[in-house]
Ligand binder design. Structure first.
Ligand code: ATP
Ligand code: MG
Length: 568
């Protein structure tokens, strides 16, 4: 069962409780005359995925709607997992989606301030240095049904805590030997409030601060205060942080700093798709895909390389809206938005993926002519182009059957079909190889059917695409299918791994497709509809004279069918 959290049929103005909430704060002047300030706070520990597109869309889009501003802030408090490569890819991806930030910030810019605030909390008796080992801290924390136990170090004097914390910072103690904890309530029903850890000792080099620090703040201690420093009014994050909201508020209240507020919305989940940087990293590291930007990956760089457009992604995200309950969206819905966008904008071209040679016996040898073809029937402004036609052409192997099954209307011996925009042809005979496979079909054409128009009102049941063999260029085409075979990739039997659900046939490479010659000028990321075949875009692996295309999507729109069925 999958549910869509679409709340309104209108993609431009779907209902969105976040919008309502901000509008109310503006109305009541909750923040006086301050501008609405949001932030998008990725941890630079991987590439952004389509789930992040939702957060980006909400953070940037809503601020913009209210005349506000958005910072891009790297939540870089985890030196061991973070890298500059990720910092760069994230900026590129946010821009590609069509957003730009007010300020580029780093949580690590605030390490000094966060440290000062920690000293302030120690002085106020609100934080203490704990010598318990990580495992003991876990045991002392208790469970949902059992209250926690005070650490024996909980009642250290302010002076001792102050001295120890300064020495932690000065590098006097080994990793893991001590932590700084907030002194809140070991019996709180919310486990996050049972004296959460604020700082840990980690002698690790940070991608920006280098070896300046050997203590690093925890997410909960860093996040709200970073928001506050940036005067963030609405700190939007996903629902799994709802339990963290009390601690977010506690620090801000204890420190008496700018009252940023956290609001949670539903995560984007898609069928057949994993949206977790940790797992995507595993796919990359273990070589299950060719890299973060493998066109099968749900990363923004992957789907971009696949041929998806920022316009379609934004339209999709807008239609999904935001709610307070997590759901799963059918991947077909995203694909539907993408097809819709490409159908309107992608130039048409003819390409034969698996070529079968057709010789038109009564067409003059050596003759070439050009047929005029619309570049995009959906867009008259896209104009037309001249496509060469000659005696030898390629059609798809699938478009010919020596023995046609019932209801097969394409080419077969004695049958007449239309070559799109060109002529009617009738199959007369075949040439076979030693194994008995048809390698060439001989046809006749009707010169009176020029332009693909019926000369006398007689009808043909099939129109096929084709490429002139003498003019064709060759290309490699990469056909993709879903990366996982299960709607929920983590749905595995006991002891299994989501890796067991990888689709062994998620990529198929066609090495010698035949394309109409106008495609020779295609540039990386150019997008096309190959007529009757699907949407394709030029892959960066292309080199002069050696084009490589990715299939973005086949033409068939299963989502449109699902919608139609639901409506009937
Ligand atoms: P992951 O689990 O994939 O690593 P994350 O939540 O750890 O994701 P962050 O870099 O910390 O990733 O996230 C940056 C922002 O993007 C956060 O506000 C987070 O709530 C949001 N976000 C992450 N995943 C999704 C998703 N699937 N749908 C919507 N928002 C998301
Ligand atoms: Mg995270």
């Amino acid at each position: 069962m999958t549910t869509s959290s679409t709340e309104s049929p209108d993609a431009r103005t779907p209902s969105n409780f976040l919008r309502d909430l901000i509008a109310e704060d503006v109305r009541t002047k909750k923040y006086g005359n301050a501008v609405i300030q949001t932030r998008f706070p990725p941890e630079p520990n991987g590439y952004l995925h389509i789930g992040h597109a939702k957060a980006i869309f909400l953070d940037f889009g809503l601020a913009d709607e209210f005349g506000g501003k958005t910072n891009l802030r790297f939540d870089d408090t985890n030196p061991e997992k973070e890298e500059t490569e990720y910092v760069e890819s994230i900026q590129k991806d946010v821009r590609w989606l069509g957003f730009d930030w007010e300020k580029l910030c780093y949580a690590s810019d605030y390490f000094g301030q966060l440290y000062e605030w920690a000293l302030q909390l120690i002085k106020a008796g609100k934080a203490y240095v704990d010598d318990l080992a990580a495992e003991e801290i876990r045991q002392y924390r208790g469970t949902l049904t059992e209250p926690g136990k005070d650490s024996p170090y909980r009642n250290r004097s302010v002076e001792e805590n102050f001295d120890l914390f300064v020495r932690m910072k000065n590098g006097e103690f080994p990793d893991g030997s001590r932590v700084l904890r907030a002194k809140i309530d070991m019996a709180s029903p919310n486990l996050n409030m049972r004296d959460p850890v604020m700082y840990r000792i980690l002698h690790a080099s940070h991608h920006r601060t280098g070896d300046a620090w050997c203590i690093y703040p925890m997410y909960d201690y860093a996040h709200g205060q970073s928001d506050s420093i940036e005067n963030v009014t609405h700190s939007m994050c996903t629902l799994e942080f709802a339990d963290h909201q009390p601690i977010y508020r506690w620090y801000i209240e204890q420190l008496g700093i700018f009252p940023s507020q956290q609001i949670e919305f539903d995560r984007l989940n898609l069928t057949y798709t994993l949206l977790s940087k940790r797992r995507l990293l595993q796919l990359v590291q273990e070589g299950h895909v060719r890299g973060w930007d493998d066109p099968r990956m749900p990363t923004l760089s992957g789907i971009r390389r696949r041929g998806f457009t920022p316009e379609a992604i934004r339209a999709f995200i807008a239609s999904v809206g935001a709610t307070r309950t997590n759901g799963i969206i059918d991947i077909e819905m995203l694909e539907h938005f993408q097809r819709d966008d490409l159908n309107r904008r992608a130039a048409r071209a003819m390409a034969v993926l698996r070529p079968l040679k057709v010789v038109i016996d009564n067409y003059p040898e050596g003759k070439e002519e050009f047929v005029e073809v619309a570049n995009n029937p959906e867009d008259p402004e896209a104009g037309t182009r001249q496509v060469p036609f000659s005696r030898e052409i390629y059609i798809e192997q699938d478009d010919f059957r020596e023995v046609p099954p019932p209801k097969y209307y394409r080419l077969s011996p004695g049958k007449e079909v239309r070559l799109r925009n060109a002529y009617f042809i009738t199959a007369q005979s075949m040439v076979k190889d030693a194994a008995g496979s048809v390698i060439e079909v001989h046809c006749t054409y009707d010169p009176a059917s020029h332009g693909g128009n019926s000369p006398d009102g007689r009808k043909v049941k099939s129109t096929m695409h084709w490429v002139s063999a003498t003019h064709a260029i060759s290309a490699e085409i990469r056909l993709y299918d879903k990366l996982f075979v299960m709607p929920d990739p983590s749905d595995v039997p006991e002891g299994g791994s989501y890796l067991d659900n990888l689709n062994p046939n998620s990529i198929e490479i066609v090495t010698d497709a035949k394309l109409e010659p106008s495609l020779a000028n295609a540039k990386i990321e150019d997008r096309f509809q190959f007529e009757r075949v699907g949407y394709f875009c030029v892959d960066p692996d292309s080199a002069p004279g050696k084009l490589v295309f990715n299939r973005t999507l086949p033409l068939k729109d299963t989502w449109a069918k699902i919608e139609k069925k639901a409506a009937s």
